[in-house]
Design a protein. Structure first.
Length: 394
């Protein structure tokens, strides 16, 4: 009983009771705001209209009217539909073939292509269902009156019942093997978690060991201390991805050497963000306790567990403040979709700029801390002058 009372007293006088109650409530509120719907509505799709007729435009309007799809772009031709998935703006490409209206009027079947981004099944389920519903509806509108007519040959009868035949093509994961993608997500998550646990106490460790003031004589020293984290975390993550591909049969299409570039920026930027978040912590334990501020929102908004299409636009914009979210963008586009590095240069430029801003903020915070410590030292420094003696009285 003494042990129970002792531990009870310790917990009651600590912050644990508040944390144990408040954090689950915060999680409930956060997820409720992020996941306002359990399904993806108005997912962006690209329509390749090779027919460019009144009927194809009418069909595009029906696609856009679906609650599950939003026609973000209409093009007349493409020989590389994969390019529309690289920047994570679209979830599907719908190809309307040449001669669609002519075949429709002649009751001959036409094959409409539906190309899906299969890196995350959550994002495409309702698109597939919506297109199937549209094709069935179009077939019924044509077949019911046509069947009532006489003089139809077998080809016309078959075409009347199946005026639109939907051909589905799943890109980037044709075998629907989500085990590898799940392992990939959790591998990145654990690497990210270890990086946070190790790097968050960086400044607090220097403060406790009385080395912070000397370290701040050159504010760039803090950035130099980030380099070992960058080296080891990058090497560990690239090595793990290689093991998963070679021995686990996982999909990874990017050039490993080129993929090091975004990974290095992600690790360096993450440690910079951790330094800023945990700078004021009095000791390493308090600094490590701030991991929830960085880890949970970054992992949830990265799309590693849930499709980013489920989140409202504001949540996606907030996610861009976490370098881990950017790393997952490169992982999906380069690693899973096979986008070349030159295709990802806009994202790479934004990430480079953001990491540069974080680095400047770290330097600014170091300079501010340096001035603060200098004022404190000047305030407590003893007076080194010799006090004047009173003249001796005769």
């Amino acid at each position: 009983m003494k042990s129970l009372r002792d531990e009870w007293t310790y917990l009651v006088h600590s912050k644990y009771p508040i944390i144990a109650i408040i954090f689950p409530l915060i999680a409930v509120l956060a997820y409720s705001l992020l996941l306002q719907s359990s399904q993806i509505n108005d997912a962006n799709v690209v329509v390749v209209d090779q027919d460019n007729t009144a009927y194809s435009r009418e069909l595009i309007q029906k696609i856009d009217a679906s609650p599950y799809m939003n026609v973000a772009e209409i093009v007349s031709f493409t020989d590389n539909p994969e390019q529309y998935f690289y920047h994570e703006k679209n979830l599907a490409v719908i190809s309307l073939p040449r001669g669609l209206e002519d075949n429709h009027n002649r009751s001959i079947s036409s094959r409409v292509g539906l190309i899906l981004d299969n890196t995350n099944a959550q994002g495409i389920t309702f698109i597939r269902t919506a297109m199937q519903e549209i094709s069935v509806s179009e077939n019924m509108e044509l077949s019911v009156p046509a069947i009532l007519k006489t003089g139809m040959n077998s080809e016309q009868a078959q075409g009347a019942l199946n005026s639109i035949a939907l051909e589905v093509r799943s890109l980037f994961n044709p075998t629907n093997d989500y085990q590898s993608s799940s392992i990939l997500s959790f591998t990145c998550m654990f690497s990210f978690m270890i990086l946070n646990i190790t790097s968050l106490p960086l400044v607090a460790r220097l403060r406790v060991s009385k080395r912070l003031a000397a370290e701040l004589q050159n504010p760039f020293n803090i950035l130099l201390r980030i380099l070992p984290y960058t080296l080891f975390s990058t090497a560990g993550l690239i090595f793990a991805l290689g093991i998963l591909k070679v021995f686990g049969g996982g999909r990874f299409e990017a050039n490993p050497i080129l993929f090091i570039i975004p990974v290095v920026l992600y690790v360096f930027g993450t440690v910079c963000l951790n330094v800023l978040v945990a700078w004021g912590a009095a000791h390493p334990g308090a600094a490590a306790g701030r991991m929830a501020i960085v880890f949970m929102p970054a992992f949830v908004l990265s799309g590693g567990a849930l499709s980013r299409s489920l989140f409202p636009p504001l949540a996606i914009q907030i996610g861009d403040f976490f370098p881990f979210v950017w790393m997952f963008k490169f992982l999906r586009s380069m690693g899973l979709r096979g986008a070349p590095l030159q295709e990802m240069l806009p994202e790479l430029g934004f990430l480079l700029l953001y990491v540069g801003v974080l680095s400047m903020l770290v330097i600014a915070r170091a300079l501010w801390e340096k001035q603060k410590l200098a004022k404190q030292t000047a305030g407590v420094a003893p007076d080194l002058g010799v006090p004047m003696q009173e003249p001796l009285k005769g």
